[in-house]
Structures are given as structure tokens and as C-alpha cells.
Unconditional design. Structure first.
Length: 321
């Protein structure tokens, strides 16, 4: 692609809606849960439990991703990952993904191909296929993902089941994506590990169903920040939640980056979003699965505290604020 941009034939307008659909779906393998995949008016997905867990997220260019910070492949992976994490947070096993994709007419087909490649790669990591969706023209890139899941006979693990005396635990990384965002915001592209965490989260998909089988009383996807998302659990369950900083894992890489930037790595762990770790409460320490780490407890009262005290400052991300 030269300085004048792609030729019309190499844009999504050039190949057309149905040509683009064919490019991103043809030859892709589907898991057994896909009864009927792309190509008809709607997909058919197996639902052996008779209940379907469903979640939707919208990612907007300039708000949720920047193509000067992330490759289209990484954006595609992230779009799928943030939705599959919501399914896992209900204690369900992902079964399918649907994609709504809005692109400007002059978008290079190469970019669309790479977006699709990333989506399929993350869907495969989650054990699902992309079974359908829609494509439209728009002034900027927008991606809407709907993820479906199977509870496999277990009750959904909601935000409202935490009880005083429960222990609080997390699975997955915390603070890494926030550190990566801070690095990118300063104009740097390394360390690769933290920048990569911001570009492509790695939700612990299997940890959600494992928590459900272990009897988790509540669970949530940590998308906006640990304290902010635990606030939703505390409110829904009408309890207090206390996080113990001595139990938090603050990786040396975060310490090193924070030292270089003059930041507090523990603040990233407590309030940083976009890692899509899972936080859950369990009735006892011995009920916590091996891949989970205990970081606090549930108590009587309201709200979230850190080491028994309110946390000063913002507790996470919230749109329009």
C-alpha cells in the first residue's frame, strides 16, 4: 500500500459485503457445538443445558483500541476475549461467537482479513467458532461481539451470591494492562510483556467453570478495575468486601515499569482494567480451586475496602466519567 492508500479493488467496498463475508468465514473449522454456521439467515448452536448464557460488548476505534498502538490481529483477539471472559464469569463454558463489524468503505481488505484472523484465533483459544454476524459501512471501525455459553447443568454464578464469611479470590492477571496503557501513553512500545497485555488480554476461560463446580457464591469479570468491579458484587450482594494488599500479586515487571514511570504498581493492580481476570467468592478457603488466589474476604456492611479502609481516588474505569 503506497502513500495514496489502497486501490479501490483492495478495499472492503471493492470486494463488497458478501465477498468480505466469504473471505473471513470460508474454510474455517467449527467446533461440535456449531450445528449450522455462517451462510444462512441465522446460525444454530447446540444448547444441551437448555439454557444459554449470552453477553455482548461493543469496541469502538479510539475508545477501546487504537490502530497505531495495536495491530488489527490484536484488536480482533481482544474483541473476542472480552466477551468470552463475561461468559466464563457466569461459570459457563463458551459455545459460540457472533460478530457485528462496521468498517469505513475505504478500509483495506488486508486490515479486515487481519481483524478476522485475530477473532478466529481467540475464538479457537476459547474452544468456540464464529457462527455468524453482520457487516455494515460506518465512519469508523466498530466491533460488536456476542458470546454464548453453556452452564453444563450448574446454576449461573451471579454477582449477588456473596455472603459474610466468604473468601475472595482471583484468577488471571491484574494490573498488567494498566501498566501497558501507561507505557503506550508515554509513547513507548516496551517492555513487550506489559504492552502486549494491554493489546491482547488473556482471560482464564477455564477458571470460570472450575469456580462454578467448586461452589463459588459470586463471580465477576474484572474489566474496569478490581475495586470497581468488586463494588458491583458488594452492591448486588448487599455485603462489604475487603481486599488485603499483602495477598495481592504484584509482579516484578510491574514494579520495574512503575519505578521507571514514577507510578504505583499496586494502584494498577487495584484499579487497572482490561486484564479480564476473574474475581469470585467462595464459602471457604479449601473450596478455592488451585488456579485461584485468595486476596480478601466478605464481611457484613457495604462497599469495598482495602486493608479495612476506603480506597482514596478512582477505583476503576467508567464510561462518561
Amino acid at each position: 500500500m503506497g502513500a495514496e492508500g489502497p486501490s479501490p479493488a483492495d478495499t472492503v467496498a471493492g470486494v463488497g459485503e458478501f465477498g468480505l463475508i466469504k473471505r473471513v468465514t470460508e474454510g474455517r473449522a467449527q467446533p461440535p457445538t456449531t450445528v449450522l454456521g455462517p451462510g444462512d439467515d441465522a446460525a444454530v448452536v447446540a444448547a444441551p443445558d437448555s439454557r444459554v448464557v449470552a453477553s455482548t460488548d461493543v469496541l469502538v476505534e479510539g475508545v477501546h483500541f487504537r490502530l497505531d498502538w495495536s495491530s488489527p490481529d490484536q484488536v480482533g483477539r481482544k474483541a473476542v476475549a472480552v466477551n468470552l471472559a463475561d461468559v466464563a464469569a457466569m461459570g459457563a463454558t463458551p459455545t459460540a461467537v457472533l460478530v457485528g463489524l462496521a468498517l469505513p468503505a475505504d478500509t483495506p481488505t488486508r486490515l479486515a482479513d487481519e481483524l478476522a484472523r485475530g477473532m478466529w484465533a481467540e475464538a479457537n483459544r476459547g474452544g468456540v467458532g464464529i457462527v455468524g454476524g453482520d457487516m455494515v459501512t460506518a465512519g469508523q471501525i466498530m466491533i460488536s461481539i456476542t458470546a454464548l455459553g453453556d452452564l453444563q447443568g450448574l446454576p449461573p454464578v451471579t454477582r449477588s451470591g456473596a455472603r459474610p464469611g466468604d473468601v475472595l479470590a482471583v484468577a488471571g492477571r491484574l494490573g498488567w494492562a494498566a501498566a501497558g496503557l501507561a507505557v503506550l501513553g508515554r509513547g513507548f512500545r516496551s517492555p513487550v510483556a506489559v504492552v502486549g497485555a494491554q493489546r491482547v488480554p488473556e482471560p482464564p476461560y477455564a477458571a470460570g467453570p472450575a469456580a462454578a463446580r467448586a461452589g463459588a457464591t459470586s463471580m465477576i469479570d474484572v474489566s474496569d478495575g478490581l475495586l470497581a468491579d468488586l463494588g458491583h458484587v458488594a452492591e448486588a450482594s448487599a455485603v462489604g468486601i475487603d481486599v488485603r494488599t499483602e495477598l495481592l500479586e504484584v509482579h516484578q515487571k510491574l514494579v520495574d515499569v512503575a519505578s521507571a514511570l514514577g507510578a504505583d504498581p499496586r494502584h494498577w493492580v487495584l484499579t487497572g482494567g482490561e486484564d479480564h481476570a476473574l474475581a469470585a467468592t467462595f464459602p471457604a478457603v479449601d473450596a478455592v480451586p488451585a488456579e485461584w488466589r485468595v486476596i480478601g474476604s466478605v464481611k457484613r456492611g457495604r462497599g469495598v475496602t482495602v486493608d479495612g479502609r476506603p480506597y482514596a481516588g478512582p477505583q476503576g474505569w467508567e464510561h462518561w466519567r
